[in-house]
Design a protein around this ligand. Structure first.
Ligand code: UDP
Length: 239
């Protein structure tokens, strides 16, 4: 494990990262690209837990804006994350990577229920664990799920995989040509500068539990491996 900076990681894959160019739905070749990178990290001996988002299929906020009851719409969002998790599991299994999906809301016919000790055992045995269903509670996000699970399983870092940006900038780099990329920040910098990286609940959980974050672009092959090997290709956010 020489040159490996992080031994146990939580990789947050947003729904958007799974959608491809269309920005919605599930695009299998895009999922295969992500799975390939997960496989490369797994082969280094790193313990990998993945938290899938669901925004490529459904967001609770959108339902609420259209007049739905927020909690009901959020449960639909949690179900969306399960679809993504199953798609990622399928892709990883085609690449011979052993995986387990654990859901925060029981659906025993398709996945294990989330059991912390069992998740850790899977990781120790070299299985990639995919956490689906968010926290299992409405009004939360999958970023918060990533922070919560990382704290629970004692992960060394949360890797926030992006597909349209390679780190945290002073402004939106797709709109403002003067936007500057930060190599390193603290959670307090983020609050002080009013930057948007995670929602406030997720940020404070990461901060309170001393879990660093790396925001990076996963579109380029090898990027996860580079982050794992300690190369600062994105933005590192210290607790
Ligand atoms: N969600 C929820 N509780 C959770 C996690 C997710 O209610 O603990 C719902 C929420 O409606 C959210 C949707 O699931 O809009 C999809 O998750 P998220 O928006 O975090 O996905 P991402 O933006 O990463 O694709």
């Amino acid at each position: 494990m020489s040159g490996i900076k992080y031994k146990r990681i939580v990789l947050k894959v947003s729904g958007e990262a799974l959608a491809g160019k269309e920005g919605f739905g599930i695009t299998p070749p895009v999922i295969d690209r992500i799975a390939k990178q997960i496989k490369a990290v797994h082969e280094l001996g790193v313990q990998v837990a993945v938290v899938c988002g669901g925004g490529n299929i459904w967001r609770g906020e959108t339902g609420a804006e259209l007049g739905m009851e927020r909690a009901q719409a959020d449960y639909m969002g949690m179900l969306a994350t399960v679809m993504n998790a199953l798609a990622l599991q399928d892709s990883l299994e085609h690449m011979d990577v052993p995986t387990r999906v654990q859901t925060s809301i029981e659906m025993r016919q398709i996945a294990e229920p989330y059991i912390r000790r069992r998740a850790m055992r899977h990781l120790e045995k070299g299985r990639v664990v995919i956490f689906a269903g968010g926290t299992g509670n409405p009004y939360f996000s999958t970023d918060t799920t990533a922070a919560l699970r990382a704290a629970e399983i004692g992960a060394d870092v949360i890797l926030m995989a992006k597909n349209n940006v390679d780190g945290v900038y002073s402004a939106d780099p797709n709109k403002d040509p003067n936007a500057v990329k930060y190599d390193e920040l603290t959670q307090l910098d983020i609050i002080a500068k009013g930057l948007k990286v995670m929602d406030a609940t997720a940020s404070s959980l990461s901060m309170d539990n001393d879990i660093p974050l790396v925001v990076f672009n996963m579109n380029k092959p090898d990027n996860i491996v580079r982050v794992i090997e300690g190369e600062n290709i994105g933005t590192t956010i210290k607790a």
